[in-house]
Ligand binder design. Sequence first.
Ligand code: MG
Length: 204
Amino acid sequence: MRTLPLDPDSVKGFLDPEEGWALHDAALAACSLGPVIEIGAYCGKSAIYIGSACKAAGNTMFSIDHHCGSEENQPGWEWHDAELWDEEAGRLDTLPQFRRTLRLAGLDETVVPMVGRSGQISEFWDRPCGMVFIDGGHSMDAALEDLHGWAGKIARAGTLAIHDVFPDPADGGRAPFEIYRMALASNLFEEVGSVKSLRLLKRL
Ligand code: MG
C-alpha cells in the first residue's frame, strides 16, 4: 500500500484520493522535464501528493496562491470556512494552514509557496515546466488567467492538469471545463488521463 508523509484527510480542501494519486504519478513522470507548478494551493492537500512525488524525484514544486480564497470561499458562499478568516485583515488567509501542512509533511525544502496572482507571476516566469496543475478560482476571469498565463510554459511532453472539470453543468461550475476544452481546441495538448473531475493533458 502506498503511503504519504501526512494524511490528506487531516487537511482542509477538496481533492479525491484517486485524483491525488493521479497527480502524484503525473508529477513523478514529468519531473525530468522541469519543475511542477500548482495554481491554487489552499491549505495544501494536493501539495502532499504532488510535493511527495517531487521530493522523491529531487524536483521542486512551486505552489501559487494569493491565499485570500476563491470567490466560492468568501463569507456567505457555499465553501466558506470561518476558521480561515483573518479578523484583523478582514479577509481569508490560508497561508498559515498551507505552511503548517508543508511542515508536517516534511515538504518545506521541496515546495516553494508563491503568494500572489498567477497572472502576475507568469509574466516573469521563463522556465519550461514539467507539469502545471490548475486548481485555482472558478470564475471565468481567474481560469483564463491561469490557462493563458501558464499553458505556454509547459515543456514538450509535459503535463497540464486541470481540476474540477465537470462536463455536466449540474455537477459544478463551467470555467474549469471551458479552459479544458480551450486547451484541447488549441491542438497543443492531447488528453492522456481522466480521474473523476481531474483531466490530464500532454503537451504535444
Ligand atoms: Mg479543485
